[in-house]
Design a binder for this molecule. Structure first.
Ligand SMILES: Cc1cc2nc3c(=O)[nH]c(=O)nc-3n(C[C@H](O)[C@H](O)[C@H](O)COP(=O)(O)OP(=O)(O)OC[C@H]3O[C@@H](n4cnc5c(N)ncnc54)[C@H](O)[C@@H]3O)c2cc1C
Ligand code: HEM
Length: 369
């Protein structure tokens, strides 16, 4: 471990126990000295109290070699424009962070810690600022909801028409804010279509537990509402040069990016066999099966296997999709794309490791952090 990394870890360990209080102090300090910054954050700060603080501390501590994370940090900086973050805010945030830690660390805090955090923060901030500065796109796009359909108790499929063209690649995700219902809360969602001529984007959203944004998108969003969309991210995209057959594994609304990839394949694929494994707890959650079956009937290279883990009379496969996948195969020569909840993705990656699928052939998006 380098000297800087050691100093950062050592100093953080002095305050780690009081993380909540450090976060409280950090925000109070920031909003007291710069009240205008309060408007950048969500109304209910308790929901994600330590989000920014936690994010910065993780970034500073895990990015021991910032050069390796250049792309990530530039993208993060570009993305921060959607929060209305201006260059001068970086210094305020960095200062509040160090003061908050110093306030709770007690006497063991030393000037070398101040310096270590200031240095690490400065490197990261400069990369984020460079990314923001170089971006030609707007910080976000406005889009109008032009269709909204409840597919089950917890799932909605809706379509957004951006007011200006928004370029993305099939399989990517972007962040979305529904200002009418949950202002300043951004969450990531994956368009379920490949780029279209009419620019529309279709989203598949599942309302999770006490989820703030997802429940508003499923239960309250209406045709005519405006949403904000920010720059696409993610690398679960197709390599057009690959000649390997492909396996798509989706859990619930994890189907969204998979359908996007499928739609892209329908435009050019003639040679690759494509197998979709689509799983959910019960048949109601296989909310888009009719459309998947329609695609499979139309494209001879496509096959679909469905499974329910908690619906004993479901006529398809029974069990977790990660286990069902293992019953088929062999899969050693395939490209894999996996999307769904954290639990589902983890279980599928475990299955693939057991089947000795090289990780280089697996792309995945996990919906939980
Ligand atoms: C790359 C990526 C792409 C995504 N694409 C989609 C998509 O296409 N469709 C979609 O429906 N979602 C998608 N998500 C998930 C989405 O971003 C939100 O996390 C989700 O909608 C919950 O947000 P919320 O504001 O409603 O919940 P929050 O208010 O953030 O969370 C409320 C509570 O619910 C819990 N919680 C959060 N997520 C889950 C979960 N998945 N299962 C169980 N409990 C949870 C939290 O721990 C918390 O306790 C994606 C996530 C990522 C990272
Ligand atoms: C080293 C510098 C910084 C890092 C590493 C960092 C990192 C992050 C990350 C990873 C997130 C979560 C992203 C998401 O949920 O989409 C976030 C959210 C956020 N950041 Fe930053 N950030 C930095 C500086 C700043 C600055 C200077 C501001 C200006 C005030 C800022 C304002 C925000 C806001 C408003 C959010 C959303 C918070 C929320 O939803 O509660 N960040 N940051």
């Amino acid at each position: 471990m380098g000297d800087l990394a050691r100093l950062l870890k050592e100093s953080w360990s002095l305050v780690e126990e009081h993380q909540d209080k450090v976060a409280g102090y950090f925000y109070a300090r920031m909003f007291l000295s710069h009240p205008d910054l309060r408007d950048l954050f969500p109304v209910q700060m308790d929901v994600q109290r330590a989000r920014l603080l936690g994010a910065i501390v993780t970034a500073v501590q895990t990015l021991e070699d910032p050069e390796r994370f250049d792309d990530y940090l530039r993208a993060l900086g570009r993305d921060h424009r959607k929060f209305h973050v201006e260059p001068e805010h970086y210094e305020v945030v960095g200062g509040a962070l160090i003061e908050a830690m110093r306030a709770f660390a007690g006497e063991e805090w030393g000037v070398e810690y101040d310096q270590a955090w200031a240095d690490a923060y400065a490197v990261i901030a400069s990369k984020m600022l460079a990314g923001a500065d170089a971006d030609q796109n707007p910080p976000y796009w406005y889009g109008e909801v032009v269709a909204h359909e409840r597919r089950s108790q917890d799932i909605a499929v809706f379509t957004v028409l951006p007011l200006q063209p928004l370029e993305f690649r099939a399989g990517q995700y972007l962040s979305l804010e529904a200002p009418r219902y949950q202002p300043r809360l951004w969450r990531t969602y994956s368009p379920a279509n490949a780029p279209r001529r009419d620019n529309t984007l279709e989203f598949h959203v599942r309302a999770v537990g006490a989820g703030w944004v997802s429940s508003a998108l499923v239960r309250r969003l209406q045709v005519g509402d405006m949403v904000k969309l920010a720059a696409p991210m993610g690398s679960m995209t197709l390599d057009r040069r690959s000649t390997r057959d492909a396996v798509f594994v989706a859990g619930g609304t994890g189907l969204a990016p998979i359908k996007s990839l499928l739609e892209e394949l329908t435009r050019y694929n003639r040679t690759r066999w494509v197998h979709v494994f689509f799983g959910a707890q019960n048949r109601e959650d296989l909310y888009d099966l009719a459309d998947l079956n329609r695609l499979a009937a139309r494209y001879p290279w496509l096959s679909v296997v469905t499974a329910c883990s908690d619906d004993p009379t479901f006529p398809g496969e029974q069990g977790d999709i990660s286990d069902v996948l293992a019953k088929y195969g062999p899969w050693k020569e395939h490209d894999f794309f996996v999307s769904g909840s954290g639990r589902m993705v983890k279980a599928t990656l475990k299955t693939l490791a057991e089947l000795q699928v090289p990780s280089i052939r697996i792309k995945y998006d996990s919906f939980s952090e």
